[in-house]
Design a protein around this ligand. Structure first.
Ligand SMILES: Nc1nc2c(c(=O)[nH]1)N[C@H]1C(S)=C(S)[C@@H](COP(=O)(O)OP(=O)(O)OC[C@H]3O[C@@H](n4cnc5c(=O)[nH]c(N)nc54)[C@H](O)[C@@H]3O)O[C@H]1N2
Ligand SMILES: Nc1nc2c(c(=O)[nH]1)N[C@H]1C(S)=C(S)[C@@H](COP(=O)(O)OP(=O)(O)OC[C@H]3O[C@@H](n4cnc5c(=O)[nH]c(N)nc54)[C@H](O)[C@@H]3O)O[C@H]1N2
Ligand code: SF4
Ligand SMILES: [Mo]
Length: 755
């Protein structure tokens, strides 16, 4: 590894881990401190771009309170340090115990990655598959399962827009200025704003930084996007603005879909959404006239009333104008490791405990605690949580805390003593994302798709281990892997990766448990052929092989050479060699229909259940407030210094350390308060005191709190202090989408009182 104490040392390539974009950065180190950060100009996707947060990644790497030994909770609630060997032995025995008593299906795995670390997800899968654990969930099941439910039915896969090229970009409940979600977001937004031929349409109750750059800002009333989009689609249909020729060749179920919008009272729905009909008419015309339209929906609609319906409606909109598979439009894309699996017809099993839909194999987040706390015989008896902080991030924190305590065994793998870790029976300390090789599986990009494997900057903090090593030790202790079985594979790997491929395929066919332990086996074999510190990247060899098998022409078009296994080897070698990242597939737009996983490679536009919801929309409520709760609280807004719960040290925030509650000037006047005043915010689920910020971007009656606040941190090493409001002390498990169970965090009825 690099001698980091060398003062002549150069810049080291890595990535920012504070949002899913993982912009390439170069850093300088002084021993273990990241002293300087700059954008990596040769990075395959970000090309030097960063936002302000990247400059402060040292607050992630060198925060106080890292866990440096396995910790075991004693009867009295205190923790003792336990040596790694003993911890692994005891955890293996306890896991076996739960499985013997109740069956592997009563163990749940939660998490598997954050915003930039997804290799642990592959290793977690090895442990799960080896033990027969099938129950799992993660944060996607509180934000993106509605989208996945819809996309499975329409396309059989995931789609993404090309905002850098789209003639019309629509941001729906999405503020890319702060939250990003595509490469170089601020640069792209500014380019669109400066280009008279392109348009940006923002649908958001708040005049966000993105709305400020928009050509059209639709200030929708919170929670009424379904009315707005229905009115917009109805306008397209009623005014003859849809692309019938395109639809005839590329979609099925069109007539059935159109029929549901023919009688929509546009003016009435527009009024319910608080948007002028003439604005809706001009948006419809702008969209219809555009050569390409790309749409990005995010939490503003995914965590609000009618969320699954809205995910559908926005797709109906761009399909009706034929904006699929063209430059600047929407498209499916390749994946190194797909985040979702989509049933061909989109039929989901139900969770045996709560009955909720299990979309893409994920238990709805809002039903986990309820299931564990029930008396149901099938309920979860043990929780294995990795790289996630569900006590803080899921609705109604108190319930998740209670649920963790109700299990017979809970294990947390994290770098810090988080809100979740302090409830666990066992805490295992992971090496940080700068102390091990890492990558992300969030790669969604078309026509080129890329991956960046980041070598470690530092050795693991003393006492911590990278997840590959943790899972490997666990499986060894459980008797699932041993050197005798691994040795022949190691020998083959030492000869060549092609020799390994033959040996691995043969061994996995003969011994299913070897295949189940996949990532760990690869780490223990092929991992040993990789440069020091890169061993954990081994599962990507397998992913590279799968990508090469699935898209050979596109992998070659991206510059990798060979056939079959050799092509996969070449791609993997390129990943290992290039800390700037590599393009792994290069598609052409014409191929985007091949990527659809519908039986006829067409869009299946009609979803009867949602078309019924459109027909019934006229009777749906538009306002969920009441006399007791006269405000709508958006609980968890992305701001300039928020990054989920990745950075725990509040001093990383340059201003607004507590994360203020924002409210409109009129609401502030009504309450008789000014910025800096304390307000009590109360919801059906809880109550908290926040500092107020009078903010003229807020709509009257709409207030917001940032996400990721309310973390316990101790700057001086003593008792931890909590800064700001943890939003999920105010949210409730019952307030959720009726189809997929995702929470309505952007729409929590609330009361405010000046203190
Ligand atoms: N800075 C920063 N960036 C992040 C993150 C972070 O923590 N901090 N987290 C990352 C993660 S995990 C995610 S999922 C993304 C989320 O990214 P976004 O979804 O863009 O983030 P939010 O600010 O939560 O919500 C977006 C917008 O929804 C609006 N909104 C609220 N209610 C409604 C409504 O009823 N209708 C409509 N149309 N809009 C509404 C809000 O005003 C807000 O501007 O961000 C990622 N990027
Ligand atoms: N009310 C409300 N709640 C929300 C949201 C909201 O807008 N409002 N947003 C939601 C959304 S969209 C999301 S995605 C979730 C995110 O919530 P979670 O999925 O819980 O993820 P993070 O907060 O990103 O926490 C990641 C955890 O990983 C740990 N970690 C960091 N690096 C490593 C590592 O290398 N190895 C290991 N093992 N651990 C590591 C961190 O310490 C942290 O505990 O929050 C959700 N919760
Ligand atoms: S937080 Fe900013 S710099 Fe970091 S990955 Fe996201 S966009 Fe890039
Ligand atoms: Mo998220």
């Amino acid at each position: 590894m690099t001698d980091v104490s060398d003062p002549t040392m150069s810049w080291h390539k890595t990535a920012c881990v504070l949002c899913g974009n993982n912009c390439g950065v170069e850093v300088r180190l002084d021993h273990r401190t990241i002293t300087r950060v700059r954008g990596n100009k040769s990075h395959v996707a970000s090309a030097g771009y960063t936002c302000e947060k990247a400059l402060r990644i040292n607050h992630y790497q060198n925060a106080r309170g890292r866990v440096t030994s396995p910790m075991k909770r004693l009867e009295d609630g205190s923790y003792v340090e336990v040596a790694w060997d003993l911890a692994i032995t005891e955890i293996a025995a306890e896991l076996r115990g739960v499985i013997d008593r109740h069956g592997a299906e009563k163990v749940m795995y939660y998490g598997g990655g954050g915003q930039g670390n997804h290799l642990c997800g592959a290793y977690g899968a090895a442990t799960r598959n080896s033990l027969g654990i099938t129950r799992k969930s993660n944060a996607l099941a509180q934000e993106k399962t509605g989208e996945a439910w819809v996309e499975g039915r329409l396309f059989g896969t995931h789609t993404h827009g090309e905002f850098a090229d789209a003639e019309v970009s629509i941001f729906l409940g999405k503020n890319p200025w702060h939250s990003h979600g595509f490469d170089s977001a601020r640069k792209v937004l500014k380019e669109i704003a400066a280009d008279p031929d392109r348009s940006m349409i923002v649908i958001d109750p708040r005049r966000t930084e993105t709305a400020d750059l928009a050509d059209m800002w639709l200030q929708v009333k919170p929670g009424t996007d379904a009315f707005l989009l229905t009115a917009l689609i109805a306008t397209l249909i009623q005014d003859g603005l849809i692309d019938n020729d395109w639809l005839k060749s590329n979609a099925t179920g069109v007539e059935e879909t159109i029929a549901a919008f023919e009688d929509v009272p546009v003016a009435d729905f527009a009024a319910r959404a608080g948007v002028d009909v003439t604005t809706i008419s001009s948006v419809a015309r702008r969209v219809a006239r555009a050569s390409s339209v790309s749409v990005y929906e995010d939490l503003g609609v995914e965590m609000a009333p009618h969320s699954t319906l809205v995910s559908y409606l926005q797709r109906v909109l761009w399909v009706l104008v034929g904006s699929y598979g063209i430059p600047g439009g929407m498209s499916a894309h390749s994946s190194l490791i797909p985040l979702f699996s989509y049933g061909a017809t989109g039929s989901e099993p139900n969770d045996p405990v709560t009955g909720g839909p299990v979309v893409s194999g994920l238990i709805p987040c809002n039903e986990i605690a309820e299931g564990i706390l029930s008396e149901h015989p099938e309920r979860t008896r043990a929780l294995f949580i990795e790289s996630a902080n569900p006590v803080h991030s899921l609705a109604e924190s108190a319930k998740f805390r209670q649920a963790m305590r109700a299990t017979e065994l809970s294990i947390v793998i994290d770098i810090a003593m988080t809100e979740t870790a302090v409830e666990a029976d066992w805490v295992l300390p992971a090496a940080s994302q700068y102390e091990k090789v890492e990558t992300t599986f969030f790669g969604v990009s078309f026509p080129d798709n890329w991956v960046c494997l980041r070598p470690p900057l530092l050795d693991p903090l003393e006492g911590s281990l990278p997840e590959p090593e943790i899972h490997s030790r666990l499986l060894r202790e459980l008797g699932i892997i041993d050197d005798e079985t691994l040795e022949p594979l190691r020998e083959a790997a030492a000869v060549s990766w092609s020799a390994f491929a033959d040996a691995f395929m043969g061994a996995a066919a003969a011994n299913p448990s070897l295949a189940a332990a996949g990532a760990v086996v690869l780490y223990e074999t092929i991992g040993r052929t990789l440069p020091e510190g890169m061993e954990g990247a081994a599962p990507l060899w397998f992913s590279a092989q799968q990508v090469a098998m699935r898209y050979p022409d596109q992998v070659r078009a991206a510059g990798h050479e060979g056939d079959g296994v050799e092509l996969g080897n070449a791609l993997f070698q390129a990943m290992v060699d290039n800390p700037d990242g590599v393009v792994f597939t290069r598609h052409e737009h014409g191929q985007s229909f091949d990527l659809l996983r519908t039986p006829d490679h067409k869009v299946q536009l009609a979803i009867p259940q949602l078309l019924d919801e459109v027909r019934a929309l006229g009777d749906a409520p538009v306002d969920y407030r009441s006399e007791d709760f006269p405000f709508v609280l958006s609980a968890g807004e992305r701001r300039s210094f928020t990054a989920n719960t990745i950075v725990r040290d509040p001093s990383w925030r340059k201003k607004d350390p507590e994360g203020a509650l924002r409210l409109s000037p009129a609401d502030a006047a009504m309450l008789g308060i000014e910025s800096g005043a304390r307000v009590r915010v109360t919801t059906a689920a809880g109550s908290a005191v926040a500092v107020a910020e009078v903010n003229d971007t807020m709509m009257d009656g709409h207030v917001s709190l940032p996400n990721g606040m309310g973390l316990a941190y101790s700057p001086a090493g003593g008792e931890p202090e909590v800064t700001g409001v943890a939003p999920n002390e105010l949210t409730s498990l019952d307030w959720k989408d009726p189809i997929v169970g995702t929470p309505w965090h952007k729409h929590v009825p609330a009361q405010l009182e000046a203190i």
